[in-house]
Design a protein around this ligand. Structure first.
Ligand code: NOJ
Length: 452
């Protein structure tokens, strides 16, 4: 038992969270640039204008990746950096930055995995209705075409949307993320519908304009569900819970099936069509055909899960977490078994090779008196999670794992309070300090996970 010899070990980031240079070299504004200027939206009034200043430090960052033994690096393109207005004129300096980054990665033997959309909606498109405007399907398609034309001679791995659950759910249902709107639920279902069509259109454009055969995936998220015991009925309860809709409509976006069934299976889940009927836009066969444009791999961001048993009423029963159960610095539960059951259930249902496009932990990391960062919590967390993933490879085709994140970065509305990195960033100086976990991850990669 173990990881296949072609298993891909990587780390992930996203543009806004690390690049900085938010007003440089002709970059346009995206919804996060604008949101950060609103009062009381981001912890302590922080913003992503400098972040990790990766825009200027990318060479040393790539060198660091190489020293860590990373085989792959997942990053996103800031749509507004290459198309400042979201469509129309191209910002060549923005293209140049990503060309430089891609070249540096390849020179160092690191495979680039590009995410097209990690929440960087150009503000100009937002003003035209953003995800509410059905034209976004073509806007996103044109952007994908540009990406294919400019980068696909050297990049062959792409993911379309990162965590649509969050950019619709947190951006427009709860409104704690950019653009900070609490929209009617009817509108949010329409946005979701447009987003999945945009995904399909991007797949078509990448294929049509790609300069080599491409591997294309999708990167949604969600909590996973795990059986509390090995009994078949509890496993069945977890499976049902995993693909069920939320009880609470105001949290509707937080689920797996609404976002993945249309994309992979070509239809919305029946339970959702009934439960959400009053909010739904018109859904046509052409829409579903576009959404389910075939993709090659299935990405999933996985951070935690919930335990369930089969209740006496034949429905899944959620098991409360015990008092004092382990949590991350962000308060998220630590549940390694989600990397076993999550991929297993996803593979069973969708039958696509899986990449874990994100997994990681925020800790209250500090520089110790010896000048080092001793993050034993992260090492413990990753050991448990990766052991579970190793077991999952027995029943699911899992191709790779991207640790979130390469380095500490801008954690959205929480600003710089949450440190998710393998590498510590001192934001006063932009110094990068390897945490103990970075050395540990290097060894794990070297042994292809055998030492776990
Ligand atoms: C999911 C998101 O894709 C990423 O941007 C975020 O920083 C991590 N999870 C941690 O919250």
């Amino acid at each position: 038992m173990g990881f296949s010899k072609n298993f891909v070990w990587g780390a992930a980031t996203s543009s806004i969270q690390i690049e900085g240079a938010s007003r440089e070299d002709g970059k346009g504004e995206n919804i996060w640039d604008v949101f950060c200027r609103e009062p009381d939206k981001i912890f302590d009034g922080q913003n992503a204008e400098i972040a990790c200043d990766h825009y200027h430090h990318y060479r040393e960052d790539v060198k660091m990746m190489k020293e860590m033994g990373l085989q792959a690096y997942r990053f996103s393109i800031d749509w507004s950096r290459v198309l400042p207005e979201g469509r129309g004129s191209v910002n060549e300096k923005g293209i140049q930055f990503y060309n430089n980054l891609i070249d540096a990665l390849l020179e160092n033997g690191i495979e680039p995995y590009v995410t097209l959309y990690h929440w960087e909606l150009p503000y100009e498109l937002y003003k035209c209705g953003g995800w509410m405007n059905p034209q976004i399907v073509e806007w996103f398609g044109e952007y994908a075409k540009l990406v294919a034309e400019r980068f696909s001679d050297r990049v062959s791995h792409f993911f379309t949307l990162n965590e649509p659950q969050c950019f619709v759910g947190q951006g427009f249902v709860t409104g704690n993320h950019a653009p900070g709107v609490k929209a009617p639920l009817r509108d949010t279902f329409e946005m979701a519908h447009n987003a999945m069509k945009a995904h399909g259109r991007a797949v078509q454009m990448l294929r049509q304009y790609g300069k080599q055969p491409l591997t294309i995936g999708y990167a949604p998220t969600c909590g996973m569900f795990c059986p509390d015991t090995d009994k078949p009925e509890d496993i069945e309860a977890a499976r049902q819970a995993m693909f069920a809709m939320r009880e609470d409509d105001s949290n509707w976006a937080w689920n797996v099936a609404w976002w993945s069934d249309p994309v992979i299976l070509g239809h919305y889940p029946e339970e959702g069509l009934i439960r959400y009927e009053k909010y739904l836009p018109k859904i046509t066969d052409e829409d579903l055909k576009l959404m389910s444009e075939p993709i090659d791999v299935y990405g999933q961001n996985i951070y935690n899960g919930c335990r369930v048993r089969m209740g006496e009423d034949g429905k899944p029963k959620y098991i409360e977490r015990y008092a004092g159960s382990p949590r991350t610095a962000a308060g998220w539960p630590v549940t390694p078994e989600c990397l076993l059951w999550g991929p297993r259930f996803l593979y069973e249902r969708y039958q696509k090779p899986i990449y874990i496009t994100e997994n990681g932990i925020s800790c209250t990391d500090v520089i110790s008196a010896d000048g080092k960062v001793h993050d034993s919590n992260r090492i413990d967390f990753l050991t448990g999670y990766l052991k579970a993933l190793k077991e999952a490879t027995q029943t699911a085709d899992i191709r790779g794992y991207f640790q979130w994140s390469l380095m500490d970065n801008f954690e959205w509305s929480l600003g710089y309070t949450e440190r998710f990195g393998l590498v510590y960033v001192d934001y006063r100086t932009q110094e990068r300090i390897w945490k103990d976990s970075a050395y540990w991850y290097r060894d794990i990669i070297q042994s292809n996970g055998d030492t776990l």
